[in-house]
Design a protein around this ligand. Structure first.
Ligand SMILES: [Zn+2]
Length: 207
C-alpha cells in the first residue's frame, strides 16, 4: 500500500465515511498547502493530549487543573442527583445540554448496538454503566430515574432495549425508574439532529 492508499484507509475508518469519500479526503489533502497540512497534523496530536475522558460519564473534555479527571458536569454538585441520562455519543450529550431542558447527570455509552449484534458489550460501555449506577445507589442523594436517550431509529431502539434489560435488576432492586424519550422525535432521526424544542418535549414526555 502506498501512502495515499494508507491515508485513504485511515479516513475510511471515520464514522459514516465510505471508501469513495475516504479517497476524496486523501485527494483533498494532496491539494492543500503546507500550512494547512502542518496545522492538521499537529492538531490531531494536540487534541489527544488536551482532551481527556471523564472517569464518571466517559465524555471527552478539555483537561483542566481539577485533581480528579471529572468533567465540569460531573463535578457540579448543584445538578439534579435524581437523574441520569444515558446517551450514545458525546454530541448527544452536548445537544441535550444546549437545549437547557435537563439538569441531571449523564453517561456516554460510546456507541450503539446494531440489530442482531452478538457482542453488544463490546460495542458500548454497558459494564461501566452498571458500575456507575451501583455507585450512585449507595449515595445519600439517591438516583431515582435513568433516562435512556437514543435516536428514534432501529439501531437506537435496539440499543435502548439492550440497556433497559441490562439495568432491569439494579433498577428493580433500588426502585429506579427506567424511562425513554417521548416519541416527539421524528421517526428515523438521530438525537444530534433534533432541534432544541423537540428535544425539550421528548424529555418532558418521557415514559
Ligand atoms: Zn463527566
Amino acid at each position: 500500500m502506498n501512502s495515499f492508499q494508507k491515508l485513504s484507509a485511515l479516513f475510511a475508518e471515520f464514522p459514516g465515511i465510505g471508501p469513495r469519500q475516504a479517497k476524496r479526503f486523501a485527494q483533498f489533502i494532496l491539494h492543500k498547502n503546507d500550512g494547512y497540512i502542518n496545522d492538521l497534523a499537529s492538531l490531531i496530536k494536540e487534541v489527544r493530549k488536551s482532551m481527556i475522558m471523564c472517569t464518571e460519564c466517559f465524555r471527552f473534555f478539555e483537561k483542566n487543573h481539577a485533581p480528579e479527571n471529572l468533567c465540569e458536569i460531573c463535578r457540579n454538585p448543584n445538578r439534579d442527583k435524581d437523574l441520569l441520562t444515558v446517551v450514545a455519543k458525546d454530541v448527544d450529550l452536548e445537544h441535550i445540554e444546549k437545549s437547557h431542558s435537563y439538569n441531571g447527570y449523564y453517561f456516554v455509552l460510546g456507541g450503539t448496538v446494531p440489530i442482531l449484534d452478538e457482542q453488544p458489550e463490546k460495542r458500548i460501555r454497558i459494564r461501566e454503566l452498571l458500575k456507575i449506577v451501583e455507585n450512585k445507589v449507595d449515595k445519600v442523594d439517591k438516583l431515582k430515574e435513568i433516562i435512556i436517550a437514543m435516536g428514534a431509529n432501529p439501531e437506537g431502539e435496539n440499543t435502548a432495549q439492550y440497556v433497559k434489560k441490562a439495568l432491569e435488576e439494579v433498577s428493580a432492586k433500588h426502585q429506579i425508574k427506567l424511562s425513554e424519550l417521548g416519541r416527539g422525535l421524528s421517526t428515523g432521526s438521530e438525537l444530534e439532529y433534533s432541534d432544541a424544542d423537540t428535544l425539550k418535549n421528548a424529555l418532558k414526555n418521557r415514559s
